[in-house]
Design a protein around this ligand. Structure first.
Ligand code: NAD
Length: 435
């Protein structure tokens, strides 16, 4: 069933009404949605079976990223993130990208790399030749170690040998892990093949584990934004476009800027990764190793002015995400988030996460090259500060509004605004009582 991801005015609704709107715009049942997300999506008993030394659970906001259209399909995107403005910024930029037709995404087959390390290898060239000669047998052995994966169309695809010098040799086994993230599957393969590989290489066995630089499993996103869609209150779209291109060139030339540029991308990517129960440390490790693959740390996304005068963005990164296995076995909240997304494969999930990453990047560059990041960020940050200062319910918005208007988003200012608000309220109440 095809749903829209555009829900105008969504951010203004109270939480209950947002849940209703999402249930209506998806195939989720409202009662189940409310029950699952109401307590953070994970109960203590389940948490206790998930990791060690559990005391309880730790909640983060679960929100919905809107306006995402990828390969001509709409997605309501679950996002888990603690940083204000990430969801709003990504949704806003996704709306601009939507005006250019949405995100166009391609992805590789879900191939992960198992690494088996050998040391004291007497003759690396001979070892490599022997491994190559045994390629077919090695692939058969690998498949025998993961029969359920093979049944689902996955399995070992190839072997590679890399001579790291000084008697160190590493054998890569490339494994198609289908809809799993694949770390455990690939580790199983690495351990299963190690004795045979040791005999072939004549070396001593070292590490047997996946590589998180899963560069055979990349996602590529492109987007076109009509210049007019980029306009702000006081800056024309063409100027914003040129500002975004300049910001991109800055990141392409300077690793200090590239790190922050990529952090902005990962704001969006990680929020989707976390919401869907995936391993964000693995994603982060892979993304940054990929960004540095040329020997110089580079931006994951670049922006250019196209011949049509529009802004064109391209993002590529490796993404090892699963829609089965891992945390998804135990986390009802993550399973529900996946059902909201309604993706058919791990690759499609990676496409959505990368698209949200590109949207986050555009939002940051647009703000930075116009009014600066603080204006929008502080408007949202003001709410957190108001809450931290003790504001409750409707007081939060009122205090945040005062902070925003005064341009002073500090705890001190929030305490003063809250005291003034409560003072004014009690004076009004006294007035009514006296009448
Ligand atoms: P997993 O161990 O749960 O294996 C996936 C399971 O799903 C397999 O049993 C497979 O047969 C089954 N499956 C069902 N349907 C499938 C389908 N359509 N496609 C593929 N498999 C299907 O999980 P995993 O994905 O192998 O490993 C992920 C976990 O490993 C994560 O929790 C991650 O945090 C953890 N991990 C990560 C690292 C790392 O990144 N360095 C290291 C070790 C473990």
């Amino acid at each position: 069933m095809s749903h829209t991801s555009r829900i105008p005015g969504f951010y203004k609704l109270p939480v209950e009404a947002r849940r209703r709107a999402v249930a209506e715009a998806s195939d989720l049942d409202l009662v189940e949605l409310a029950r699952t997300v109401g307590h953070g999506g994970l109960d203590v008993a389940t948490a206790d079976k998930t990791v060690e030394n559990v005391l309880g659970t730790y909640a983060l906001p679960l929100a919905v990223g809107l306006n995402v259209r990828m390969n001509r399909r709409d997605y309501l995107v679950p996002m888990v993130v603690e940083e204000p403005s990430v969801v709003a910024a990504a949704s806003n930029a996704a709306r601009m990208i939507r005006e250019g037709g949405g995100f166009e995404v391609t992805w590789d087959e879900p191939v992960m790399i198992a690494q088996v390390q050998f040391w004291d290898v007497p003759d690396a060239a001979l070892a490599a030749a022997r491994v190559w000669g045994a390629r077919a047998e090695l692939l058969r052995l690998a498949d025998r170690a993961t029969p359920s994966l093979v049944e689902r169309g996955g399995g070992a695809r190839d072997v590679e040998v890399r001579d790291l010098g000084e008697g160190l040799l590493v054998v890569h086994v490339l494994v198609d892990v289908r809809d799993a993230m694949g770390a455990n599957l690939v580790n199983t393969v690495a351990e299963a093949l190690a004795p045979t590989l040791a005999a072939l290489t004549g070396g001593r066995t070292g590490l047997r584990i996946l590589s998180n630089l899963c560069d055979r499993r990349c996602v590529r996103v492109s987007a076109r934004v009509p210049a007019a869609a980029l306009a702000t209150e006081d800056t024309a779209g063409e100027l914003v476009r040129d500002g975004v291109v300049l910001a991109s060139r800055f990141a392409e030339r300077d690793p200090y800027r590239a790190a922050t540029h990529n952090k902005g991308i990962m704001n969006g990517v990680d929020a989707v990764v976390l919401a869907t129960g995936n391993d964000w440390r693995a994603v982060e490790a892979g993304a940054h190793a990929w960004a540095a693959r040329s020997g110089r740390y580079a931006p994951l996304a670049v922006w250019r002015r196209g011949d049509d005068g529009d802004l064109h963005g391209e993002l590529a990164l490796p993404l090892a995400l699963g829609v089965v296995g891992g945390t998804l076995r135990v986390h009802p909240g993550a399973r529900l988030a996946l059902r909201l997304l309604a993706v058919d494969s791990a690759q499609e999930l990676a496409g959505v996460a990368a698209s949200v990453g590109l949207a986050s990047n555009l939002a940051a560059l647009r703000a930075l090259s116009t009014c600066g990041i603080q204006k929008g960020h502080m408007a949202l940050h003001a709410r957190s500060v108001a809450q931290a200062a003790g504001a409750h319910g409707p007081e939060v918005e009122e205090v945040a509004q005062v902070l925003h208007t005064r341009g002073e988003v500090t705890m001190d200012a929030a305490r003063r605004a809250l005291a003034a608000l409560r003072g004014a309220r009690s004076r009004v109440a006294e007035c009514f009582a006296a009448k």
